[in-house]
Design a protein around this ligand. Structure first.
Ligand code: UT7
Length: 337
């Protein structure tokens, strides 16, 4: 059976650097609060709202990943795009990205799994490869949060966290007898907790998607989050789901070279490290530079970890894990060939 092997990674963030101090000027927050509670020091937002969508950021990340893999867009036989901030209501950002890549018939699939978009996306790519449905897949996680944030004090718990960005991966089905590629994954959803983190409007379930009499500054047009509840859920569920993948792969934590968690809050990832009793430098962090870029967080972190030489040699094993809106959570173990 073919193994799903990462052939190239790429990332892109827009050039507009927003430091915590810049946010102090527009809402009631402080650099100290943001650093202490989240670990974030800065994030990048698109320059001019409305001019750049998730597919644009994804396109830049994709070009870099394709170059690393030595692939042309025409080599792709499948594209998976994960985002909670699609460029337009429909069609999906995968379609828009495909056209930007100069393609006109390569199949695309959009997935809406928010912070676990990478985990669901890579598990899906692996299934397509193992069943022979595709052999050269581009996965992209891309988000433009900044055009949809409540940039008033009312929305400060979320607005200070989210950043824009994209990460991309080229994944190839390779014939090998080595135990490599995606070794195990474990995915979950609890839709009963959808209200804990969501943007409600515009909503197709209403007779009018933009309800009359509801102003565009209504909180229902912005993401709302029960932060403490999600924090507690993450700290409880992440170790559990990590152990599920370890069990499936018949491995233990000592065999993992690097853990790349979703970058939602530095304190969540530190608590995870304490719970798992792993050395602090075995957990990768870059939330300080980019904030939470949701579906882009893990692929950006993977790209940086590989660029820094933290992971990527033959035999290295990386464990990915995350929890976010849905609620969805999961983990995935990958071994480099
Ligand atoms: O990626 C998707 C999944 N999301 C997550 O995993 C997020 C998980 N949750 C979190 O990361 C944290 O809950 C937050 C960072 C969102 C909030 O941190 P917290 O330590 O849980 O704070 P809190 O919500 O309990 O609020 C504590 C205080 C409140 O003030 P009072 O009521 O104590 O006076 C908030 O109003 O902090 C206030 N606050 C802020 N103050 C300054 C909330 N946001 C801000 C802010 N600046 N940006």
């Amino acid at each position: 059976m073919k193994k799903s092997i990462i052939k190239g990674t790429g990332m892109f963030v827009p050039p507009n650097l927003i430091k915590n101090q810049d946010l102090e000027k527009i809402l009631d927050t402080s650099d100290e609060w943001i650093r202490q509670r989240t670990g974030i020091e800065q994030r990048y937002w698109i320059e001019q709202e409305g001019a750049t969508g998730s597919a644009d950021l994804g396109f830049e990340a994709s070009k870099r990943a394709l170059k690393k893999a030595g692939w042309e867009p025409e080599d792709l036989d499948f594209i998976i795009f994960a985002t909670l901030s699609p460029d337009i209501f429909f069609p999906g950002s995968g379609c828009l990205l495909q056209a930007k890549l100069g393609l006109d018939s390569t199949p695309t699939l959009d997935i809406r799994q928010q912070c676990t978009g990478f985990l669901y996306g890579l598990a899906t790519a692996d299934a397509y490869i193992k069943t022979g449905l595709a052999s050269k897949i581009l996965f992209v996680g891309g988000e433009v949060h900044s055009s949809g944030l409540d940039k008033t004090t009312r929305g400060r718990d979320i607005t200070v966290i989210f950043g824009d960005g994209a990460g991309a991966l080229c994944i190839e089905g390779v014939d090998t007898t080595e135990n490599a590629g995606v070794l195990a994954s474990s995915l979950h959803t609890d839709g009963n907790l959808a209200n804990a983190l969501m943007t409600e409007l515009p909503a197709s379930r209403l007779p009018i998607r933009f309800p009359e009499g509801v102003s565009l500054s209504d909180p229902r047009y912005f993401p709302v989050m029960d932060g403490p509840a999600i924090f507690k859920k993450a700290v409880r569920m992440l170790p559990k789901v990590i152990n599920e993948s370890l069990e499936k792969a018949e491995m233990d934590l000592d065999q993992i070279d690097l853990i790349i968690p979703h970058q939602a809050n530095m304190r969540i990832n530190q608590a995870l490290g304490q719970f798992l009793k792993v050395d602090e430098n075995k957990i990768f962090h870059n939330i300080q530079k980019y904030g939470n870029t949701t579906a882009a967080s893990i692929p950006i972190a993977l790209h940086e970890a590989m660029e820094q030489g933290r992971i990527g040699k033959s035999g290295d094993v990386v464990l990915f894990a995350g929890l976010g809106a849905g609620l969805t959570w999961g983990s995935l173990i990958y071994k480099f060939l």
